[in-house]
Design a protein around this ligand. Structure first.
Ligand SMILES: Cc1cc2nc3c(=O)[nH]c(=O)nc-3n(C[C@H](O)[C@H](O)[C@H](O)COP(=O)(O)OP(=O)(O)OC[C@H]3O[C@@H](n4cnc5c(N)ncnc54)[C@H](O)[C@@H]3O)c2cc1C
Length: 277
């Protein structure tokens, strides 16, 4: 298969790019290894999108999928494993084959910072989504950023949450902090980072310097980093390789920025294609 543009990742950035390219009549493929919609599905409440009312992450993903349907855009469900370039053409290798393109858009988002010593069983997860079906359980969360507090809110609807934080003050929105502090199902353990995790009798035994207890699950939410695994230094400086969304913005990543990035790179590609015709 040969297309003008290969978009890798169908989160908000990749989807926005695909919609804009479709709108402009450019041929592309959209490749996604996981679920359509990316990381935003984990959000308890998205309130900062100027043109939308407050929505849950799930509702946001529903809107994104509806938009893909409206434009009749297909998402190929596959993991992209390699990108190489020969004579100005990119070869994109993925789990079930390969394709060629003139341009590549990397919209692969972020990956979690891992604590390998805590990964003692499948009860330890990095994404709240993995625990969305769980209820009546005791869930520990390691982390003290916006994502950890947001996950505490989502999961506390049907579980008891203990949030183990390294510090006593937090760099999060005052509104979110207020909601967490008012929740009867959430305990925030300040100055209490998790030191050890063991699996014992079908439970997780979690130890800090001052405390020890049993939990059903542990969510590790201590930050994320740009997912640039597919990018060599050579590709990063290639004028026909574009980065959009969290993979470009890192810590500053937000959904509206990702959407803006997707549209911006699509417009740049359209301009370049038309110039070279
Ligand atoms: C708990 C939580 C709450 C949030 N709340 C808000 C909020 O209220 N407001 C807000 O603006 N933002 C919020 N965000 C941030 C928002 O979700 C991200 O900024 C946005 O999802 C970034 O979009 P993206 O497309 O750049 O990356 P992502 O959403 O991470 O999407 C990247 C996609 O690429 C796919 N991918 C990666 N590698 C490959 C590969 N090799 N092959 C194929 N596919 C691949 C991934 O599976 C993923 O679907 C929140 C995030 C979290 C985690």
């Amino acid at each position: 298969m040969f297309v003008d543009v290969a978009i890798i990742g169908a989160g908000p950035a990749g989807i926005a790019c695909a919609i804009q390219l479709k709108h402009q009549g450019i041929e592309f493929v959209l490749l996604e290894s996981g679920k359509i919609g990316g990381m935003v599905i984990n959000a308890n409440f998205v309130e900062n999108m100027p043109l939308l009312p407050p929505l849950s992450g799930k509702e946001v993903v529903k809107l994104l999928i509806e938009k893909l349907k409206y434009y009749d855009i297909e998402v190929i469900n596959t993991l992209v494993t390699s990108i190489s370039k020969k004579e100005n053409i990119f070869n994109i290798g993925y789990s079930s084959g390969s394709l060629c393109s003139k341009y590549v858009v990397i919209a692969t988002g972020t990956k979690p910072k891992r604590v390998k010593s805590f990964e003692v069983s499948s009860k330890v997860v990095y994404e709240p989504l993995k625990l969305f079906g769980v209820s009546g359980k005791g869930i520990a969360i390691a982390g003290s950023g916006e994502a950890a507090f947001d996950a505490a809110m989502s999961l506390s609807k049907s579980n008891r949450i203990t949030l183990f934080a390294k510090h006593s003050t937090f760099n999060i929105s005052p509104r979110l902090l207020d909601m967490v502090e008012k929740s009867e199902n959430i305990v925030v353990m300040r100055n209490n980072p998790i030191e050890k995790v063991y699996e014992k009798e079908d439970k997780l035994f979690i130890k800090t310097h001052f405390f020890a207890g049993f939990y059903d699950n542990l969510l590790i939410s201590i930050g994320r980093e740009a997912n640039r695994e597919l990018l060599s230094t050579e590709l990063l400086s290639d004028k026909r390789v574009y980065l959009a969304g969290d993979v470009r913005r890192g810590k500053l990543g937000q959904m509206s920025i990702a959407i803006g990035d997707g549209i911006e790179v699509a417009q740049e590609i359209v301009a370049d294609l038309r110039k070279n015709r």
